[in-house]
Design a protein around this ligand. Structure first.
Ligand code: FAD
Length: 444
């Protein structure tokens, strides 16, 4: 048993977490004290409480870190669930293969990527991570090991993809990688001046570009509301004559400063500088995949800049119909409050269905941004954003959430009752008790 360091990425204090290392590959799940629930833990890159189990036990899967098999002809990889996406890239890119879908950090485990059915900049083309999972083994608390695929134990396959770690522990998974010619991306960055331009650019780009995403200045108001930089790219068919250098990771934030370094002043200055960082409106170049996909991974422990109280991330999706009006309302509220983050991200999700019963991505427009934990002030703003999301028939992403109400969760995830049948009776999480359990306090 170990009491740490188990945290989620937002660093909000949810109480001490007890962890148990799991690397006995063929044994059942460890016995825990009667009455305590269990939850698999990946690499703690979820922001809120969906990877935490206050009062219960976390089963630390990071030691399930072996590759099992890889076919360089077909790009089919089988690996244990604690393998990091970073390890897959290191192994596969030199062999001409790439992740089919990647979130904005490569420091997540395969198990975590399945349990949150993560999405990336190519959702409009490739759907979610779960769309590329061919099979996995699910270890249940009764010792059963279920081989799950679209054809076998289909209900467990669908419930586990996006199933928040609640249906059992994934021990290994088989994933279909996608071919690439090299490690580079042909990238274009285009400045846009408001939200309407963002929607137009997305529509124009989604056909021709595998990857699209926008950074927006969440403090811009009035005619500039929703201004930002639109990034789009494709895997480079060949390397430019002057091969761009592979980047090295930058410095790490060694300790959390006593106060959050993110305030209105620093935010306004950063956003204005970033918006004007390139001379012209367009900038085209070839870049290594790392700065394109993972700019934040270059600064180790960047989550510490928010100080000891941590931060919330808010990510919602609104259906396309009414999406622009809804996003305008959300951005107005955030700009008026003067809160928000350096990196606010806007993206259009496509309509490729996910196999997961509880997956967050759905056709529409999604916004993600961080907020310093300033207590009541930020919580009240986030409740107002929930109100807009709910009124537009949208959803909030559990992987980023630390406070949404049970009511919003139930409304946004209509297959909840069906999903609940596959939840393992010994499994639970702080998030799950908050949104579904009989009582809101943590009891394990
Ligand atoms: C900088 C940054 C950028 C991000 N960008 C994106 C993005 O673009 N798109 C996106 O979708 N997400 C994004 N995320 C969120 C992140 O991808 C997810 O939260 C991911 O699930 C974290 O994986 P993890 O391995 O850290 O798992 P954890 O956070 O530790 O756990 C996540 C869930 O997985 C479950 N789990 C872990 N291992 C197993 C297992 N072996 N079996 C069963 N369940 C398991 C846990 O119980 C928990 O419910 C980002 C996070 C960060 C920090």
């Amino acid at each position: 048993m170990s009491s740490g360091p188990y945290q989620s990425w937002g660093r909000i204090d949810f109480g001490p977490q007890i962890g148990m290392r799991f690397d006995q590959r063929l044994s059942p799940l460890p016995e825990v004290e009667t009455g305590k629930s269990i939850l698999p833990y990946g690499n703690g890159r979820s922001y809120g409480d969906s990877c935490l189990n206050t009062g219960g036990v976390l089963i630390d899967c990071r030691h399930l870190d072996r590759f099992i098999s890889f076919d360089p002809e077909s790009g089919v990889l089988r690996c244990e669930a604690g393998v990091l996406l970073a390890d897959i890239l290191d192994m596969a890119v030199p062999r001409g293969w790439f992740l089919p879908v990647s979130p904005g950090t490569r420091l997540v485990t395969v198990g975590g990527a399945i349990a949150n059915d993560v999405h990336g900049k190519n959702h409009h083309r490739a759907g979610t991570f779960g769309c590329h999972v061919r099979s996995f083994e699910l270890l249940r608390s009764n010792g059963e090991r279920l081989l799950c695929s679209p054809a076998e134990n289909t209900e467990y396959f669908q419930a586990t993809i996006g199933g928040l770690g609640l249906t059992g522990l994934v021990t290994w998974a088989e994933i279909q990688l996608r071919p690439v010619a090299n490690a580079y991306i042909d990238q274009e960055v285009i400045r846009f001046h408001n939200l309407t331009e963002f929607f137009r650019l997305s529509e124009d780009s989604d056909e021709k570009f595998e990857y699209t995403v926008a950074w927006i200045d969440c403090l811009a108001k009035d005619v500039s509301l929703g201004r930002g930089l639109f990034m789009r790219g494709n895997h480079a068919p060949e390397i430019a004559r002057t091969e761009p250098k592979a980047p090295r990771d930058g410095p790490s934030i060694p300790i959390a400063p006593p106060l959050s370094l993110v305030n209105q002043l620093s935010l306004r200055a950063f956003n204005a500088l970033y918006y004007h960082k390139q001379r012209g409106d367009d900038d085209n170049r070839q870049v290594h995949y790392r700065p394109f996909f993972y700019p934040l991974d270059a600064i180790g422990n960047w989550n510490r800049i928010y100080g000891p109280k941590g931060f919330y991330q808010y990510q919602c999706v609104l259906p396309m119909e009414g999406g622009e009006a809804g996003m305008t309302e959300i951005l107005r509220k955030i700009a008026a409050a003067g809160m928000g983050s350096f990196l606010a991200v806007l993206k259009i999700f496509g309509d490729k269905p996910s196999p997961g019963l509880m997956s967050f991505p759905r056709s529409g427009v999604t916004l993600a941004l961080d907020f310093s934990n300033s207590g009541g002030k930020v919580l009240s703003l986030l409740d107002q954003l929930d109100g807009i999301t709910s009124a537009h028939g949208g959803a909030v992403y559990p992987a980023k959430d630390a406070r949404m109400s049970a009511e919003l969760f139930r409304q946004a995830y209509p297959r909840l009752a069906e999903f609940s049948k596959y939840v393992d009776p010994a499994f639970s999480s702080s998030f799950w008790r908050r949104v579904e359990g009989p009582a809101s306090q943590d009891s394990g």
